[in-house]
Design a protein around this ligand. Sequence first.
Ligand code: NAD
Ligand code: UDP
Length: 312
Amino acid sequence: MRAVVTGGAGFLGSHLCDKLLAEGWEVLALDSLITGAERNLSHLNANPKFRFEQADVSNPLRIGGEAGYVLHFASPASPPDYLKHPIETMKVGSLGTQNALELALAKNARFMLASTSECYGDPEVSPQPEEYWGHVNPIGPRGVYDEAKRFSEAMTMAYCRYHKVDTRIVRIFNTYGPRMRLNDGRALPNFVFQALSGKPLTIYGDGRQTRSFCYVSDLIEGIYKLMLSGEHLPVNIGNPHEITILEFAERIRKHFNNEPAIVFEALPQDDPKRRCPDIAKAKRILKWEPKVGLEEGLKTTLEYFKQEFAKH
Ligand code: NAD
Ligand code: UDP
């Protein structure tokens, strides 16, 4: 079986390529490299079952040969990235999603959309179950990402219902691990980069906002199980261990001998106050739940970041 992975040179896309190859799939990774990097895939260069093509999936896709699965992971994902590329983010969530769905339709392939907890916006219920419709500001700065993903979900369900494409939607919650970009601006790489540079860690707001961090191997396992399931409606995949950002920064700084200081900066507009997945559905239908605890995941991730920093 051959899978097409859009966004394959990104953080999650590259781990997904590894998993699919390990399960015996052939993989074609497509990526424009707007936020990803070919080096995330360099270990696969000699693998005859793997191919990489640089392509912007917001333009129509022409792919030769068969495809059993199209996994649409292309999109800037870090808030600083999508704020820097607002139009490209909206295009890849709309035109890019339709192009990927058209490819799945043409190849009679299954389709998976990488959606996000941002579909719930700044949620008024916590933890967030899949039935919750969300609380999103369409015209705020984060709207370019949130609304593009909500459009992506609506388009995916339209292709499922109208064209009978066999679709899956995974709502991914904050995930971390090796191959995140050191300068991608998300909380974990920011804190680690600051600590390694001997600078204070920047907490936005009072740090009482919460997130729930999932280690990448757990996430990819959940995604693979969802691929093989028959579920068309969205499924949350994430770690339900909720912590404040201040506590998260404290946990990270303890890994550094110099224990960097913490400074407080302005909270970005519409920054969600709480985020925690309700994973009852994933547990029930996929028999999946995360296994890697925060300390264990942080240890592996920090080792990777220290090596990356040394190359700078
Ligand atoms: P990333 O930025 O590391 O990877 C995204 C990849 O998509 C990059 O390699 C980028 O170059 C590529 N891309 C963007 N626009 C493209 C286009 N028009 N054509 C081709 N390639 C394009 O981010 P990530 O964390 O790996 O996120 C991957 C997917 O998972 C995204 O769709 C994101 O919205 C979703 N997601 C991630 C998280 C998370 O915590 N990492 C959480 C929720 C959702
Ligand atoms: N954050 C922070 N300092 C940073 C980067 C992020 O306090 O240097 C906060 C951010 O405001 C948010 C949380 O950490 O409340 C998670 O941010 P991230 O960018 O990782 O992802 P988000 O969950 O907001 O998409």
